[in-house]
Design a protein around this ligand. Structure first.
Ligand SMILES: *Cc1c(COP(=O)(O)O)cnc(C)c1O
Length: 395
């Protein structure tokens, strides 16, 4: 459990917090500079009549504690809790609701979360309505007397479309008892601050940029409410939704370079978007740095950068799209995102298969739409790679 009282780096910048918050060497018996991976699930109790701070790892673990304090410092939140995946974090969040409650959720969001919401609603006897959260009026119109959660993901994947967090927060505030939660996986607290914009909970799949190294599945929830803390810790403890100490250590290490990585993802992504925009075989580029993007203005207001994930559409058919992906040498054909290495994929074939054709078109996803998750390699090499793959595809 992370507590703001312990955040001794409150006046420091993001990178300093990522490196120092929760990492104090005097909390460890050998003054370790790197937080040890505490694998012991139980702890000797000096006083058998009173359990001390740590006594069983489903309740708390020193490695996890250190990570959660670092995460809370990055979000400027009172509390941060980690879970074994982003999906497990959403599952925990849904335990704050009760049967009969109603959820308003973004229609354009991570497919796994969409299915999770539908499934949970069925099993927990709740209702869920999916709306276009890019239009705040649609969110407002969907609210019912039993609405308990507004759940949005912004920006969306792959076309980086945005919902106005501050405007939706205002709608949520105008009714009593609504929890407003934002999936901030894509931008991380480095580029977007949902709690400062009025959200109650910031959620992350730390599997992506937060860890950034393709080797940990993890999730996190950041928030200020003590009531949420009790409810969410109950899920960790009663349901055993626990991130193992080894993975906590890996994620804690990943956070140390988060600011550097995000800067580079952003810089490389912008360079590639500008390059592709001018290519004769590229029909359109969906990147918020380009004035042609529908949320160019909102992006400037709400975010301080982009993560390098964006989409573009090439000429031809799905045949050309496949040929293009197969011709890439540095970009790997992969369905994931948020890694130091660059990935490319075809959303209609991989991530957005469950959508109808009408939904896809509304989201701006076509047969030849390519999604890039731009890594932190040398940008000239990435441009050359796209160029040779486009040449090969259309020769
Ligand atoms: C990957 C992802 C998730 C799910 O997270 P897991 O760690 O894979 O469970 C949720 N939301 C977004 C935006 C994601 O990219």
């Amino acid at each position: 459990m992370a507590d703001s009282k312990e955040n001794t780096n409150k006046d420091c910048g993001f990178a300093t917090r990522a490196i120092h918050a929760g990492q104090e060497y005097d909390q460890w018996s050998n003054a370790e500079i790197v937080p040890p991976i505490v694998t012991s699930i139980t702890y000797y109790q000096n006083n058998p009549a009173k359990m001390e701070c740590h006594f069983y790892s489903r309740m708390s673990n020193p490695t996890r504690d250190s990570l959660e304090r670092c995460l809370a410092a990055l979000e400027d939140s009172k509390h941060a809790l980690v879970f074994p995946s982003g999906s497990a974090a959403v599952t925990a969040l849904l335990h704050l609701l009760e049967s009969g409650d109603h959820i308003v959720a973004s229609v354009e969001q991570y497919g796994g979360t969409r299915l999770l919401l539908i499934d949970s609603a069925k099993h927990q006897k709740m209702e869920v309505d999916f709306v276009d959260s890019q239009d705040v009026n649609e969110v407002e119109a969907a609210i019912k007397p039993n609405t308990k959660l507004i759940w949005i993901e912004t920006p969306s994947n792959p076309c980086v479309k945005m919902s106005d967090i501050a405007a939706i927060a205002k709608v949520a505030r105008s009714r009593e008892g609504i929890i407003f939660a934002v999936d901030n996986t894509l931008l991380t607290p480095y580029f977007q601050r949902p709690l400062e914009l009025g959200a109650d909970i910031s959620m992350y799949s730390c599997t992506k940029y937060m860890n950034g190294h393709n080797d940990v599945l993890a999730g996190a929830l950041m928030f200020n409410s003590t009531e949420f803390l009790e409810g969410l810790q109950m899920v960790q403890q009663k349901y055993g939704s626990i991130l193992p100490a080894f993975d906590c250590s890996m994620l804690n290490r990943g956070l140390k370079t988060l600011s550097l990585r995000m800067e580079k993802h952003c810089e490389n992504g912008v360079a590639l978007a500008r390059y592709l925009e001018k290519h004769p075989k590229v029909v359109s580029v969906s990147h918020p740095v380009l004035p042609s993007h529908p949320h160019y203005e909102l992006a400037k207001k709400q975010t301080t950068g982009n993560c390098g994930l964006f989409a573009f559409r090439i000429s031809g058919t799905v045949y050309e799209a496949k040929k293009f992906i197969q011709s890439l040498r540095i970009f790997a054909s992969s369905g994931s995102l948020g890694s130091f290495s660059s990935f490319a994929m075809i959303p209609v074939c991989v991530s957005h298969t469950s959508l109808t054709e009408a939904e896809r078109e509304k989201f701006g996803i076509f047969d030849t739409t390519i999604r890039l998750s731009v890594g932190i390699e040398n940008v000239e090499d990435l441009i050359k790679d796209l160029e040779q793959a486009l040449d090969k595809t259309f020769k």
